[in-house]
Design a protein around this ligand. Sequence first.
Ligand code: FE
Length: 206
Amino acid sequence: MNKKAMYAISYGLFVVTARKGDSDNGCITNTVIQVTSEPNRISVAVNKSNHTCGMIMDSGCFTASVIAQNADFSLFRRFGFQSGKNVDKFDGYQAVRRAGNGTLIVTEGTNAYVSARVEKTIDLGSHMLFIAEVTDMDVISDVPSATYAYYQDQIKPKPEAVGKTAEGKTIWRCRICGYEYVGEELPEDFICPVCKHPASDFEKLT
Ligand code: FE
């Protein structure tokens, strides 16, 4: 079985936000899809380790801001490469406004938002799958949406395109954030220090 077949599936990118009490949080996901149109429903799968996941379970609502091609890498660093359990991702962040359901809409580097109320929750082990009815949505800009492939090619910083260091050592690169690990073998239990993805998301540079 060639796991690279999964890379051929096209994905959008979203900041999914939730609110609990006075606290806001958001995470980056590529799993938002429209599942019905009458009424409009979307689904989103959120990793249980994400702080946002528990907030959606508790509050029953969320907003997905659709990431556009003019998004800066700093948006991914802010919402994707740190945990809301440790930091306030919205601290000092101005490019937001509040949606009708109380969650925050990210208004920069995005082209639309969809707010939704959870109807069904399915426990998938590593992830919770939320199926939700759309309660509000609007277009923010006419910049095209950023796909996951677009992020990989155009937004993620480009490291040097060489397979070995100057000293001839092997380099492994995180496919998600571009972090580079130097060493002949990448430990099986290695976790990317930047984006927390596992060794299976690293590729050996050749
Ligand atoms: Fe990474």
